[in-house]
Design a protein around this ligand. Structure first.
Ligand SMILES: *Cc1c(COP(=O)(O)O)cnc(C)c1O
Length: 402
């Protein structure tokens, strides 16, 4: 594999408990902190500033490894790349009222067809660097697919547990890419308990969302990339379909780091967490003014990627919403499918249900006066719409015509 850089250029400095601030050695494998909270990578930002300028970083060859001084893979030998490109920004034209400034960041163009590739590329690379060999994960589909692909390409073993009603295409994708796959009669947090047992009994590395520190850093690249694409003046509002919340927390972390480096001005976007009414623990916590969310019972939604009844990073999501002046909002499955059909029909852009949820949430927020018509808005389409069951030809889920 082509070596991109050496450990001398590494700027990742230590790990920090996201609740207590307690420090941990970055040179050894870690899961959660002693208090059971996610660990975050902290960088020597002076060293970053001495090593590279924002202009130099942006001028590098495309793909998110260009941001390597702000990523935790120390040595270019351990970069596991399946060809991650910059994902495009696509302005909606016909599916929004004239004059609205709504742009889709289409993450479906990444390897394995979802933005889970960002997180897993970085986490698997770092796992290899730390000498881990057997990675295990509970998943609703896309994260497992990305883990399977990147683990295989890195020569590591992946064991994956998913709810038995996980979309068939995801199950086949994971199995086809060499993962050991188990279907579980339960939801993702119940799969997580099985992984936990394997960690204790067989020494697997727990690759659950936010239970290792490095997937977050991969997801952070969405924020770095947006800052690059917008040339320093970020959009006003970001709508993000929120399950475990890695992307939302990661982007917020990226913006903080860019501000601390003096690379962008500190007018940051409002972060909006979008959930489905059938599984909305973060929205409930937000509306109740809680610092943490509680388990959502009988979670159900067509948007499988955001069917996450309990998130270990709940307090970090809520904190990012608060700090950014954003909010949390839920939309129904009916609104989601209607949005998916509308954007595809009117703008030719096939969103995944989770991405469609952000469109429905934007429309709803506009009606409720939570965002203004003048706001420049980003909607995250997290996966290619082609991975999901589509309406039959000649019919669509919202309209009367046959
Ligand atoms: C995982 C996933 C999400 C949720 O992402 P988080 O960062 O974990 O909240 C949303 N949509 C799709 C398609 C996903 O696969």
């Amino acid at each position: 594999m082509r070596r991109l850089y050496t450990s001398a250029s590494a700027c990742a400095h230590h790990l920090e408990c996201s609740l207590s601030g307690e420090r941990y050695d970055i040179g050894r494998p870690h899961g959660l902190s002693r208090t059971g909270k996610p660990l975050m990578v902290r960088y020597d930002l002076d060293k970053v500033n001495r090593s590279v300028t924002w202009a130099q970083m942006k001028a590098r060859r495309s793909g998110f490894w260009k941001y390597r001084e702000l990523l935790p893979v120390m040595n270019g030998e351990n970069v596991i790349s399946l060809g991650e490109g910059v994902t495009p920004l696509i302005a909606l034209r016909y599916s929004v009222p004239a004059g609205a400034r709504v742009v889709v960041k289409d993450e479906g163009r990444l390897p394995t067809g979802s933005f889970k590739a960002r997180g897993l590329a970085v986490a698997v690379g770092r796992a290899r660097e730390l000498g881990l060999r057997h990675l295990a994960m509970p998943t609703n589909g896309n994260a497992g697919a990305a883990l399977a692909a990147y683990a295989r390409y890195a020569g590591l073993k992946a064991t994956i547990f998913c709810p038995e009603d996980t979309p068939e295409i995801n199950l086949r994708e994971m199995a086809a890419q060499g993962a050991e796959l188990h279907k579980v009669n339960g939801l993702i947090h119940e799969c997580g308990r099985i992984v936990q047992k394997g960690v204790e009994e067989s020494g697997w590395a727990d690759f659950s969302t936010l239970k290792e520190p490095y997937r977050l850093e991969g997801k952070k690249t969405m924020g770095l990339e947006l800052a690059e694409q917008y040339g320093g003046t970020l959009p006003e509002v970001i709508f993000y379909p929120t399950g475990g919340g890695t992307g939302l927390i990661g982007m917020w972390k990226a913006f903080q780091e860019l501000v601390a480096l003096g690379w962008i001005r500190d007018k940051l976007p409002r972060m909006v967490a979008v959930q489905a009414t059938g599984c909305a623990p973060i929205v409930r916590a937000w509306e109740q003014g809680w610092d943490q969310a509680s388990l959502w019972r009988d979670a159900a939604t067509v948007a499988a990627g955001i069917r996450v009844p309990v998130a270990v990073g709940d307090f970090l999501i809520l904190r990012a919403l608060r700090e950014s002046g954003g909010f949390a909002t839920a939309v129904s499955d009916q609104q989601i499918l209607k949005a998916r059909d509308q954007v595809a029909r009117e703008d030719g852009l096939l969103l995944c249900p989770e991405g469609a949820a952000t469109f429905a949430a934007w429309k709803q927020a506009l009606e409720q006066g939570m965002v203004s018509f003048q706001d420049q808005v980003i909607l995250f389409n997290c996966a290619t719409g082609l991975k999901y069951p589509l309406p039959e030809g000649g019919s669509c889920s919202d309209c009367d015509h046959p």
